[in-house]
Design a protein around this ligand. Structure first.
Ligand code: AMP
Ligand code: MG
Length: 496
């Protein structure tokens, strides 16, 4: 039951959001799941957070991580936020199917949110039921943990619990709760909510809190709000570069799905590129291609501009001057993004020094990859073969390998500008170019088996591959299989 006391199998909670930001949330209890069962548990993360994951605590963990039982010291709440969705403003979104249980200080000293997603209606639910179903919650678990293993900043997944009840979507589906771990759940949309209401006092408290929590080194600066904006722009420029370097398509880059911590958040209709296609869209609701693969860095800048608008009243009394200063920071975003991306591309190609012409070299590869039906992940994974003296495996990925020849000659010439041996750099490439990614067909396959048959073994086996994406293991070859040519384009639906 909510509120029931607990032997401490959960770490101690310390709830700074509840304490410091009164008026920015509604205290709210998660609904009690009738028969919670842990179906996926992230043991490594749980231990780092200080949970007791012994066999004797399984039942209690299921109760806690589904919201049925409150851990000691938790002070659950639903956060208010607004957001621009597909370009249009929604003034009131908020946690409509999630509650923040509270915060814990992990064993490494960092403060982390524990949020339950799918734990029932809240005052922000509007017409929704506040529930989530098993497939989408497992999907977020898989995708976010894969991203983490790839080195991309992201919210984490601690557990998925089935609730024991059916949730009605286009058909009845098993209900589930995702226990999500995040640096915080503060979004661009959280700022928009209070800016829209012209509530400067709350806005300032939110900004001060965000600075203290995420960018404490800025707290004493006279220009701290501008510096805060600059830090968020930097975090997002770096994040977007990382998405692009692994071929990740978020699918719903609304401002309520953009964190100020710089972590990836809200895995809905997201996917990884199979073949390289700058226009790739996987979400059934993104009909205009607003959030297509190659559009993402530009959309991030658009979202950051919405964020900047919320900060104008905090920067100074002269709104025009504030706007000018914020615009200067926004104008620096494209080049910052480019530098992060180019730096990452150099690593992917085994180039350790910065040389003139590198951008053209990299762009040249993308030109060659266009319209070649070439697998994005494997092109880079196999590129280390070139440095080891065999370009055959990468060539076979191209439907028209002739087009690759002149680029390859240029790449070979570029090698002479590097001092470190080719073999050493090739090994380095294999540490940044994954071999295992959440391939769309495999994701759908393991989720379908889990949801339809209650069989979680394929899901767990896939997670084993994804949790070490750079280390090739012969027995895991099945996870590198490409979709058959002519397979229908992958589409994901925004599961709620
Ligand atoms: P999302 O698509 O998960 O980013 O959610 C967008 C907004 O819709 C957020 O305010 C959610 O809380 C809300 N929402 C999504 N699904 C539900 C649901 N089943 N019940 C109530 N609110 C929901
Ligand atoms: Mg969202």
């Amino acid at each position: 039951m909510p509120g029931e006391a607990t032997r401490s199998i959960a770490p101690k909670f310390d709830n700074s959001y509840a304490r410091d930001l009164e008026g920015l949330y509604v205290e709210w209890q998660p609904s009690a799941a009738p028969a919670p069962q842990l179906v996926a548990i992230n043991e490594a993360l749980g231990e780092k957070l200080g949970f007791d994951l012994g066999a004797s605590s399984t039942e209690q963990m299921a109760a806690i991580l589904s919201g049925k039982q409150l851990p000691d010291g938790a002070r659950p709440l639903a956060q208010a936020y607004a957001g621009h969705q597909f370009g249009g403003l929604s003034p009131q979104l908020g946690d409509g199917r999630a509650v923040l249980l509270g915060e814990i200080i992990g064993l490494d000293g960092g403060r982390l949110d524990i949020q339950l997603k799918g734990s029932g209606r809240t005052p922000f639910s509007r017409s929704g039921d506040g529930k989530a179903t098993l497939g989408p919650m497992l999907r977020e678990y898989l995708m976010s943990e894969a991203m983490h293993a790839l080195g991309v900043p992201t919210t984490r997944a601690l557990a998925v619990t089935t609730t024991g009840e059916q949730v009605l979507r286009d058909r009845p589906l098993p209900g589930a709760v995702l226990a999500r771990v995040a640096a915080s759940h503060i979004r661009v949309g959280t700022f928009e909510f209070f800016a829209l209401r012209r509530d400067e006092e709350k806005l300032r408290r939110l900004a001060d809190y965000s600075i203290a929590r995420h960018y404490p080194e800025l707290a004493e600066r006279d220009d701290k709000y501008l510096a805060f904006f600059d830090a968020v722009v930097e975090a997002q420029a770096s994040l977007l570069a990382k998405w692009m370097l692994v071929g990740f398509v978020h699918g719903v880059m609304n401002t309520d799905n953009m964190t100020i911590s710089g972590e990836t958040i809200d895995y809905g209709p997201c996917a990884f590129l199979d073949h390289y296609d700058p226009n790739a869209v996987f979400s059934s609701i993104d009909r205009g291609g607003r959030y297509a693969y190659a559009n993402q860095p530009v959309i991030a800048q658009w979202n950051l501009t919405r964020f900047a608008e919320t900060l104008i009243p905090l920067i100074g009394d002269d709104a025009e001057e504030a706007r000018r200063q914020l615009m200067n920071v926004i104008d620096s975003y494209p080049n910052r993004y480019l530098q992060h991306w180019l730096g990452g591309m150099r690593s992917k190609l085994g180039l350790l020094t910065d040389q003139d012409g590198d951008l053209e070299l990299v762009n040249g590869l993308y030109d060659v990859m266009t319209d070649q039906n070439v697998d994005f992940t494997l092109v880079f994974r196999r590129m280390s073969g070139v440095l080891r003296g065999d370009s055959g495996p990468v060539r076979t990925l191209f439907s028209n390998p002739e087009k690759l020849a002149s680029w390859m000659a240029r790449y070979e010439r570029r090698q002479f500008l590097e001092a470190l041996p080719r073999s050493v750099r090739a090994d380095g490439m294999d540490r940044v170019n994954p071999i295992y990614i959440p391939r769309n067909q495999k994701v759908e396959e393991v989720l379908a088996i889990a949801v339809e048959n209650g069989d979680f073994v394929p899901f767990k086996n896939f997670m084993k591959a994804l949790s070490k994406p750079f280390s090739e293991r012969p027995e895991l070859e099945v996870y590198t299989k490409l979709p058959p040519t002519g397979a229908p384009a992958h589409v994901t639906f925004c599961g709620t």
